[in-house]
Design a protein around this ligand. Structure first.
Ligand code: IVH
Length: 574
């Protein structure tokens, strides 16, 4: 559908548009609306049809928002085929289509406290409401695949994907294999003959890890994340295969309920919370301790912030929280746009994935001479911090992922974990990318590099290499080794550059009178440093051995794939 050259161009255009200032007149606006339409359609195709996005969700949202803002500033820029005029689609022609009983809309997004406060203001304006605070139901935004379930006469009669919001793909046989979906539910007790429920099919993080481990053993391609495994699982041709994915379904909305006469009986639930409680009582899996009702928007902000911190400990992937006006009568008064309900908003957590260009690779020399390639990328925001360099670990990492200079790479930073490169986006290559040539000589002392047959790293074997000496001293004084207070990387480098230390032993012969005269020091800090060094001399022997950076000797290197585990040969400390 898109040639490689088209894809490259659309990607470049996306990046330029993300940075472009808002147009000041309708003429420039129209050009930009065309461009935004083109890139959004392309990214929707990559996401919904190929399930292989080349842009992060956050970047996509930014592009979409830009188009919405542009169309509202200059209505003449609203094109007939604008992506904002329809809900995006995941329809293919592989499964039969079914009509939803009510349209399935998307959610508008918010990213911070200010956005949430604005949302509350907007609701109050819509409702002409300025007395007491508005109560909101808040629950996780599950990061899986949307599913809708229709029950008639207490039986599950149909399940479907979201599709384009009006029609979805029929997946009833697969849904029947999902244990958290009751095949029968006692709707009739509530006078409900036909009901439509919305929920999210999702895989537990631990089950996902097991699925990928098994796929690795069977030499099958790995899933990038639980969402891909879940959305793929919903649409398997063979229900037995769907069953193997171990899907769960969280129901988050009762969208439609009528009695045998076809009358709407949804209004028996005064609040969203009550409708979820009723579904829970019937045996559905609904958000439980994960959901709450906040009496006002400040409560919503606290709950969302609390969950942003808890997200990594939670058993399922969530990418934000969903905030809904709790009272159903107020929801109806707020109404809907063609894209989303006005009474709900998603609070998106800080993006963990981003794409960026790999500009060059630096090579760092470690304390035992291991050479670590470090990718320099165009700076990107990841989970709230700017990232511009990322370890590429070793030569095998680069080769196995086929990472090339000039590539657009997908970068991820989950929780407190250090950022890493998930993969290069090979579809965006235009032929100008170059292979990464690992150096043959030490970038600091020019000694030829050596790689032992059973090791991943190339090493500079010159123990007198200036870079190694500095790194060994820095490690020696660190918390993990001799733990010398007041001595860190910057002090060691400074003393080295002033010629005051050449080797680790020199750290114990420092001239404290001279240190007292150095800028930023003084008598007091020189005295403190002296005391800290004296104290370190009393460290136990295993600390000293570990601090000397002797190859194959030291604390065990746990949970790290790049270096071999080493255990202290003498005291066996691991
Ligand atoms: S409410 C009319 N609640 O987020 C209400 N959606 O764009 C619209 N999602 O793919 C949705 N968790 O499947 C709602 N607790 C939750 C949700 C949730 C996940 C998904 C939904 C859809 C997207 C909304």
């Amino acid at each position: 559908m898109y040639s490689a050259a088209d894809q490259k161009q659309l990607d470049l255009l996306s990046r330029n548009l993300l940075l472009a200032p808002d147009p000041s007149n309708p003429k420039d606006g129209l050009v930009m609306a065309h461009q935004l339409g083109d890139v959004i359609r392309f990214h929707e195709y990559r996401y919904y049809v190929l399930h292989d996005p080349v842009i992060s969700d956050f970047e996509f949202d930014q592009l979409y928002k830009k188009l919405v803002a542009l169309e509202s500033a200059f209505p003449t820029c609203r094109l007939d085929d604008s992506p904002t005029s329809r809900v995006s689609s995941d329809l293919t022609d592989e499964l039969p289509e079914v009509h939803h009983l009510t349209p399935m809309l998307s959610l508008d997004n918010s990213y911070n406290e200010e956005d949430l406060v604005d949302f509350d203001k907007q609701i109050r304006k819509l409702l002409v409401w300025d007395d007491e605070p508005i109560a909101y139901a808040v629950e996780p935004k599950y990061d899986g695949g949307t599913i809708t379930l229709v029950y008639e006469d207490d039986r599950l009669v149909r399940a479907a994907t979201r599709g384009d919001g009006v029609k979805g793909e029929e997946i009833t046989a697969n849904a029947r294999t999902i244990r958290s979906i009751p095949l029968r539910a006692h709707f009739s007790a509530l006078g409900i003959y036909r009901a439509e429920l919305r929920g999210e099919a999702i895989i537990r993080k631990d089950a996902f890890a097991r699925i990928n481990a098994r796929r690795e053993e069977e030499d099958l391609p790995l899933f990038a994340n639980p969402r891909n495994a879940a959305t793929g699982g919903l649409r398997m041709k063979d229900p037995r295969e769907a069953a193997e994915r171990g899907l769960d379904v969280f129901v988050y909305q009762l969208g439609f309920a009528e009695n045998e006469k076809g009358e709407d009986v949804l209004s028996q639930f005064a609040t969203h919370q009550q409708s979820l409680d009723a579904l829970a009582a019937m045996g559905f899996k609904v958000p439980d301790e994960e959901r709450t009702v906040c009496p006002d928007i400040q409560g919503v902000v606290s709950f969302c912030t609390e969950w942003a911190d808890r997200r990594d400990q939670y058993a399922y992937e969530i990418d934000g929280m969903v905030v809904k006006v709790n009272r159903r009568d107020l929801q109806e008064r707020c109404g809907y746009t063609s894209h989303h309900p006005r009474w709900a908003i998603a609070f998106k957590f800080k993006a963990r994935q981003a794409t960026s260009r790999l500009i060059e690779v630096d090579y760092q020399v470690g304390k035992i001479g291991s050479i670590t390639p470090v990718a320099k990328i165009e700076p990107v925001q990841l989970a709230g911090v700017t990232v511009s360099s990322i370890s590429l670990h070793n030569e095998d990492f680069i080769t196995s992922k086929d990472i090339r200079l000039g590539d657009i790479v997908l970068v991820e930073r989950a929780g407190d974990v250090i950022p890493y490169i998930v993969k290069p986006l090979a579809d965006l290559r235009d032929g100008s990318e170059r292979p990464i040539r690992f150096p043959t000589h030490c970038p600091v002392c020019a000694t030829p590099l050596l790689r032992e047959p059973d090791e991943a790293a190339w090493r500079c074997v010159n123990a007198e290499c200036e870079a190694q000496i500095k790194q060994r001293m820095i490690f020696h004084v660190s918390k993990d080794a001799m733990d010398i207070d007041g001595l860190g990387r910057s002090q060691v480098e400074r003393f080295y550059d002033l010629g005051m230390v050449k080797h680790i032993a020199d750290l114990y012969k420092l001239d404290f009178d001279r240190i007292a005269t150095l800028d930023g020091f003084g008598q007091k800090s020189a005295d403190n440093l002296k005391k800290a060094i004296e104290k370190a001399k009393a460290n136990p022997i295993h600390r000293l051995l570990h601090s000397l950076s002797i190859h194959h000797l030291g604390k065990k290197h746990r949970g790290c794939s790049q270096e071999k585990s080493t255990t202290c040969l003498i005291c066996k400390i691991g």
